[in-house]
Design a protein around this ligand. Structure first.
Ligand code: PRT
Ligand code: MG
Length: 213
């Protein structure tokens, strides 16, 4: 049995067409079923539903043999995984955003210390260090947009896809840090032990991604 870890929501939804292209159907709907282990049309493949940020942990410690996780989640996770395939789904970008009345470019130019709230402290730290910008990072777990509006921070580092959330909160995207998409991650030991079926599955994903490109 091969176990694939997915998270509910956009990762699950956007993985379905890739699975379908590989000839695999998931037999339960996570929105209506409370099951956390889902059977598929392939007797030797099951899906487990975990929190998006828990996918790398499941794959790293063998609770799942493979998983789909955003590059954001993977870069925040301390490694130990093969990251063989960009699935080109759940695309977005990691950006810096500020309140409309905060002059970010000027703050950077003047070498001011900037207070930055984010869930993505590792990526934010690396980004600002590479730019030589001094920041105080404030770790948050959600609703980052609120931080500049309440004076908790000058800026946020968050994921942006349509930009609708930033607009709704009158925040400006002032810097794009990197493009993000979901990756197929693999447990290296599982790949050694179950080489044939896992390789076949990874190849099927790869073909599905290429067909959609
Ligand atoms: O929600 P939960 O706390 O369970 O976990 P999660 O937020 O990590 O999971 P989920 O399902 O929301 O996101 C899973 C993955 O989807 C992320 O790890 C990203 O790689 C990817 N992804 C793609 C996104 C977005 N697009 C996205 N827009 N993840 C989050 N967002 C959020 C963003 O944080 C912001 O709050 O959507 C808002 C911005 O969207 P726009 O369209 O208004 O710009
Ligand atoms: Mg979310």
């Amino acid at each position: 049995m091969i176990t694939l870890a997915l998270s509910k929501g956009r990762i699950f939804d956007e993985s379905l067409p890739l699975l379908a292209a590989a000839g695999i159907e998931v037999l339960d709907d996570p929105e209506t079923s409370r099951k956390l282990i889902l059977a598929t049309s392939r007797a030797d493949l099951r899906v487990v539903l975990v929190r998006a940020s828990d996918v790398p942990t499941y794959v790293q410690y063998g609770g799942a043999h493979l998983g789909v996780a955003g590059l954001d989640v993977l870069l925040e996770h301390d490694d130990g995984l093969y990251r063989p395939l960009d699935l080109a789904i759940a695309r977005c970008r990691l950006s810096v955003a500020v309140r409309e009345d905060f002059d970010y470019a000027n703050a950077v130019r003047q070498g001011s210390r900037i207070r930055v709230a984010t869930k993505y402290t590792q990526m934010a730290r690396r980004h600002f260090a590479a730019k030589g910008v001094h920041v105080d990072l404030i770790k948050l777990y959600g609703s980052m947009e609120l931080a500049p509006l309440t004076g908790l921070a000058d800026a946020i580092v968050d994921l942006v896809s349509t930009g609708g959330t930033l607009r709704a909160n009158r925040l400006l995207e002032v810097e794009q840090i990197m493009d993000i998409s979901a990756r197929l991650v693999v447990n290296p030991a599982a790949l050694k032990i179950r080489r044939e079926p896992m390789r076949a599955l990874i190849d099927a994903f790869e073909r599905a991604v290429q067909e959609r490109a």
